[in-house]
Design a protein around this ligand. Structure first.
Ligand code: KIV
Ligand code: ZN
Length: 512
């Protein structure tokens, strides 16, 4: 009989903690909602002890999720476990994820503990976590570089102490599929009571083998895969959820396993995460890249026209890419827009639809034809900007003058609590001048400029420009998004949004 593989999503923990992938509270909540629609089994929402902000995010997600287990990471420390439990206790199915490193190099240099001390710490802390929460996962960090006999011993200890899931991470992306399969087979064979717990894989992609290693783990006995949307994560990333979910579906003949993933939600979840972190998929990225279902060469096109299966092992529709493109315009009413969004798989609340429809109408004034990509970008952006509720400064208007023989000048007008404030500044270019004018008005706390990316949403020279800006203060990052057919306007909106978040955070720190 086919075995059920649980999907443990760690986009909001292992994914989010990597550079360039940070998200704010609202953004994390939005991703969690997407994950719930995707029907993942467990959401690892963060590392509760890391900061009060992380704690709050996990708590909010635990509260908001109706149908999915919510988990927090904890080191083998009582205070980590206390914080993890406090953050997840309102979840429908709370889980504490306790970890400790087990490889010789980590034990000696990172933990400065002997193997006996590590065993004892795992025993004590898993038991402590199990006294608070019925569902406890134990991870042996750097398991694939650990002594297999020691690994079997600590897994046995963790099971006896109350762990219900045992995770075997390939923390540094070092192992190979053959090794991974053999390791799971060995543990399932050697550890008493191994059949009473769930074995889990957690792979990193340093050698580009995370997907293959995770699937090999399934062949060896794992029934949980830890992964992230788009494979975001430390260094080269984690196992991409979309790849393992589709591999198990398309190659059921090999793996004889299935997940609960609603695969038609994959593309939307991927887009949402990319929009939030200001990135786009490489064209050739499996499942979600622009070329993943494109057939350009004549031979391929000929084959696909004769029979799709000649070059297509799965359909774009199966991952939620709608090929039923419809062009909307200024004569399209709210009803038509709503109906088309539903066809694209977006179910909006009446409030969300009102917000989106306003943006749609504004766009129709600037662009004759609004495509699916435009609509998708507005959906993702209108949620993000609705999340930026407490904006201190609101954008009103701008006026720039620029040319290669004149000094770029920008006049910016913002609103603050009903009052209008205007400033003018010169700069190296119209965007730089605009940012300087904004700074004159808002006087932001000291920060550095970490990232500025512009993507075109669709093809054609009237495309929407999607801008994301990341500002950094200390080790905190603040993302701002802007969307407009005018890239100066989207840059201003993105910068102002990031600055608003920076000011809000700074005020909270002062009042704390
Ligand atoms: O990669 C890793 O080892 C981890 C653990 C904390 C599970 O992320
Ligand atoms: Zn990891």
């Amino acid at each position: 009989m086919s075995k059920r593989v649980k999907i443990f999503d760690t986009t909001l923990r292992d994914g989010e903690q990597s550079p360039g992938c940070s998200m704010n509270e609202q953004e994390k909540l939005e991703v969690a909602h997407r994950l719930e629609r995707l029907k993942v089994d467990i959401i690892e929402a963060g590392f509760a002890i890391a900061s009060p902000g992380d704690f709050r995010c996990i708590e909010n997600i635990a509260h908001a999720m109706k149908d999915v287990s919510v988990c927090s990471l904890a080191r083998c420390r009582e205070k980590d476990i206390d914080a993890a439990y406090d953050a997840i206790k309102s979840a429908v199915q709370p889980r504490i994820h306790v970890f400790i490193a087990t490889s010789p190099i980590h034990m000696q240099y990172k933990l400065r503990m002997s193997p006996e001390q590590v065993l004892e710490s795992a025993r004590y802390h898993v038991k402590y976590a199990a006294s608070k929460c019925a569902d406890v996962e134990f991870s042996a960090e750097d398991a694939t570089r650990s002594d297999p006999e020691f690994l079997a011993k600590i897994v046995d200890v963790a099971i006896k102490a109350g762990a219900t899931t045992i995770n075997i991470p390939d923390t540094v992306g070092y192992t190979t599929p053959a090794e991974m399969r053999a390791l799971f087979e060995y543990l399932c064979r050697e550890v008493p009571d191994s059949d009473k717990v769930t074995f889990s894989t957690h792979c990193h992609n340093d050698l580009g083998m995370a997907t293959a290693n995770s699937l090999a783990g399934v062949l060896g006995g794992a029934t949980q895969i830890e992964c992230t949307i788009n494979g975001i994560g430390e260094r080269a990333g984690n196992t991409p959820l979309e790849e393992v979910a589709m591999a198990l579906k398309v190659r059921k003949d090999v793996y004889d396993a299935y997940t609960n993933i609603e695969t038609t939600q994959i593309y939307k979840a991927s887009k949402k995460v990319y929009t939030i972190i200001g990135q786009t998929a490489a064209r050739t990225k499996p499942i979600v890249g622009k070329n993943a279902f494109a057939h350009e060469s004549g031979i391929h096109q000929h084959g696909v026209l004769a029979n799709k299966a000649t070059y297509e092992i799965m359909t774009p529709e199966s991952v939620g890419i709608s090929k039923n493109e419809m062009v909307l315009g200024k004569h399209s009413g709210r009803h038509a827009v709503d109906a088309h969004l539903k066809e694209m798989g977006y179910e909006l609340s009446p409030d969300e639809l009102t917000r989106l429809f306003e943006e749609f109408k504004k766009l129709c004034d600037k662009k004759k034809e609004v495509t699916d990509q435009d609509l998708e970008a507005i959906v993702n952006h209108s949620n993000i900007s609705a999340a930026d509720d407490a904006n201190l400064f609101e954008f009103d208007r701008f006026d720039v003058h620029a040319g290669n023989f004149s000094t770029p000048t920008s006049v910016i007008r913002l609103k603050k609590e009903g009052e209008t404030i205007e400033e003018v500044a010169l700069g190296d270019g119209p965007i730089n001048a605009s940012f300087k004018a904004i700074n004159k008005i808002v006087n932001p706390p000291a920060h550095s400029f970490e990232n500025f990316v512009i993507h075109s949403v669709s093809e054609g020279n009237d495309t929407l420009g999607d801008v994301m800006i990341t500002l950094k203060r200390g080790d905190r990052r603040f993302n701002g998004h802007g969307l407009s057919t005018d890239i100066i306007e989207s840059s201003i909106m993105a910068y102002l949004s990031a600055v608003n978040k920076l000011i809000k955070y700074d005020n909270e720190q002062k009042n704390a």
